[in-house]
Ligand binder design. Sequence first.
Ligand code: BES
Ligand code: ZN
Length: 588
Amino acid sequence: MPDPHSYYDPNQARISHIDFVIKVDFVSSTLHLQSAYTMHTPVEGALFLDTRDLEIHRIHSGGKELNWELDLSDPILGQRLHIKDMNAIASFTIESTTTPESSALQWLNPELTAGGQHPYLYSQCQSIHARSIFACQDSPVVRLTYSADVILPKPLVAVMAAASIGSRDEGSKTRYRFEMPQAIPSYLFAIAAGNIKFRSLGIRCGVYAEPEILEAAAWEFAKTEDILAKAENLFGPYAWDRYDILVLPPAFPYGGMENPRLTFISPVYLVGDRSETIIVTHELAHAWTGNLITNATWEDFWLNEGWTTYAEIRITEALEGREYAQFRSALGRDYMFEDMQHLDSDPALTALSFPMQGLDPDLITTTIPYHKGNAFLTHLEETVGRKKFDAFIKTYIDTYRFTSLSTRQFITFLEEKLGEDIRDIDIDTWLYEPGFPEFAPVLNSRVYENIFAKAAAFANGDQIVEADIGGWKPAEVTLFLRLLPKNLEGSSVRYLEALFNIKESKNATILTSFYVNALQSDYAESLPRIERFTKSIGRSFLVTKIFRAMLGSNWARNEARRIFESAKAHYHPITISNIEEILAAGGL
Ligand code: BES
Ligand code: ZN
């Protein structure tokens, strides 16, 4: 099956390695690249590579210029780079420059960093943005290794999702060296630069962040080695040597991104009580499910995220017990149902896997492949029993490590290995039907039930007091707030604000749920705080919830456009597009 999001031609030779020299220019917001490509086999005739918003200066091999043109062009895919008459060439060099439009890169002015003194650069290549940094076969079926020299002005520091080999002084600049010995799909290429410092968290783990937040980050993620140990117990040896974390500035559009060896994490997780380390569990789990075994195309995205959510829940169970793991599953399902509701008019997008031709993968990402995928895998586990399923997981990982596979290939493997045991499972409904099947596993969380009952009682006018919520974890508070109905009395919302100490809270997930309640109820006095909040966080998943609620709010609706325009400078372009879409759909 061809990849609908790449010009990659499976009949042509694949890239095996790229050795980069990358010059970082903060003045023009561009990277200048000299990229030496090595192919697995010599190329005869044409080679097609993906590009987008790149300036290609020269392509040469052995001192000779190669002929090329940027021919096909598409609003989602970008431009096809067509290198001509290759004549058995197995290596060549491309000299290119990114443009300020290159969608993988965000260049931040100092005001958008913790320190406020230095500029910051970071990349986000998933799903199809790597092509806006370098010409590549930007399909997740193609894996390559790379090495890189990164040159940038002092005192800035460069990091990559690769092994850090060292650095060298070059006058006013520093040259860093990186090597990525494990083969990765292009979407896992990652770089960042800024005033970045490092703190070790143990033998294999550490955290990078701006010095202003380094202490907080090291404290928050101090348990990372434990999570890694539990994950290895379940899924086998960690294949990527080191596991470090980079905490980004608030504009980072995702909660986390599983860049190999160096997970990128949003600063919204620095909550000060270690209650949100699920983000580490999730991104670390991708080291097996996603990075080691990769979805063949973005139509198979659930193989990355459904498996990772399943793995995250299994690790959580090993760390914190079954009750909390079941609770997390239930909370995830609640988010999933919210997304399904928004897709009422587009139910095709609620299937686990659906055709994506003509669709931009980033703009249709929901929590459905995560939690419906987890439910499907849990259903398989419960059907065959945990022991058999765990053995299956090990075989699956051993068989497909460092490769990519499609949903079809996965199902074939599943049926081959589990055969008779899963005969009665309606796999096609799980994969291709919209909505959530009624035969999905039943979750069993006392904590969930209790909160559900409390929320229903509160909605009915019962009081809830300090004693009821004593010992609630932050995720439980979030769930409670999410389960409340719209149109509460202003006084009820004010009461909850005091009860949960919202004005002091540093937890953006709780704050988001609370402000959604406020917006949907009669609590207009919260507007100035909501406005400040929208400028303080950039995680798209959260800010989009705020703007969606604003549109449905009778007192904030007319302010939504203005608030967005004034917060926009704090966001990543992906977040901006997501909000624009919500505003447009809401008639603003
Ligand atoms: N790989 C995803 C982030 C992503 C998804 C980037 C789609 C680009 C396109 C990452 O692993 C992820 O799932 N992040 C979640 C974390 C959450 C599930 C704990 C997020 O950012 O919300
Ligand atoms: Zn993920």
